[in-house]
Design a protein around this ligand. Structure first.
Ligand SMILES: O=C1O[C@H](COP(=O)(O)O)[C@@H](O)[C@H](O)[C@H]1O
Length: 260
């Protein structure tokens, strides 16, 4: 199978967040026009949350029917509910508390609380079951075909909570518990590569010069065990949405579009 990959470069992190927010409005509104509903998988991290904040402040966001949007997460820090380090908490503060989402369509990963206290494996199984229940009968996976799955990329090339050389990279379940993450907190939940690849479109949103080496290696042909970002793609499209700093070391000859 060939995977269509595009690279788009924006001036800086703020411009990137605003451009991704605008692109997301268009994509989700188009999906809702076609089918009546849409789905998105959120990411944590600096530019991921900045994108949600940009979406909140964009007048264009009124084009999205928030009540007909299924919202999932690609990874989560396994912490108590409401912990400020949880990706869910940050996403709610940046966007979800300010738009009229349907609470039944918001699917946060399970927190470190009763009945999952201290048991991230059980929490991962619960999220996998929730994803499977949302997958139409007859699909070839146990994960819905999300319209857009957003990913940040760490300086080490990690995506979601899939870190280089970690066993989760070989896992064929859709959701796993991750222990000993090099970036705190150490215990996390994450979609796996097969689950990420179920999305129609995967958008990797990356800002900052500390990410430039990882972007270079990922787009230069590395394998997913060395650089997990290199193993992510969507069924229909894969977009690398970068700021100039993250794009500074891109291998020559890649097709790219730059914006001023
Ligand atoms: O811990 C995480 O980090 C990555 C990247 O974050 P960034 O701040 O370096 O952009 C993020 O994609 C992931 O969702 C999050 O849990």
């Amino acid at each position: 199978m060939t995977h269509h990959t595009s690279i788009v470069i924006h001036h800086d992190a703020d411009a990137l967040a605003e451009a991704v927010a605008a692109r997301l409005v268009t994509k989700l509104a188009e999906a809702q026009d076609a089918r009546g509903h849409a789905s998105v998988v959120l990411t944590g991290g600096r530019v991921g949350i900045a994108t949600l904040a940009a979406l909140r402040h964009s007048p264009a966001s009124a084009a999205v029917d928030w009540s007909a949007l299924d919202i999932w997460w690609g990874d989560e820090r396994f912490l108590p509910p409401g912990d400020p380090e949880r990706n869910e908490t940050q996403a709610r503060e940046a966007l979800l508390d300010h738009v009229p989402v349907d609470p039944m369509r918001v699917h946060p990963m399970v927190a470190d609380a009763d009945p999952y206290t201290g048991d991230p494996e059980a929490a991962a199984e619960q999220y996998a079951a929730e994803l499977a229940a949302a997958t139409p009968d007859g699909d070839d996976t146990d994960v819905p075909e999300f319209d857009v799955l957003l990913l940040g990329v760490g300086p080490d090339g990690h995506v979601a909570s899939l870190f280089p050389e970690f066993p989760a990279l070989y896992d064929e379940r859709s959701v796993v518990a991750v222990h000993g993450a090099p970036k705190p907190p150490p215990t996390r939940l994450s979609l796996t590569l097969p689950a990420i690849r179920a999305a129609a479109e995967v958008w990797l949103v990356v800002a900052g010069d500390d990410k430039a080496p990882a972007v270079q290696i990922a787009l230069g042909g590395a394998g997913p065990v060395q650089i997990p970002a290199a193993g992510t793609y969507g069924r229909h499209a894969t977009l690398w949405l970068l700021d100039q700093a993250a794009a500074a070391e891109l291998p020559p000859g890649l097709n790219r579009r730059a914006t001023p």
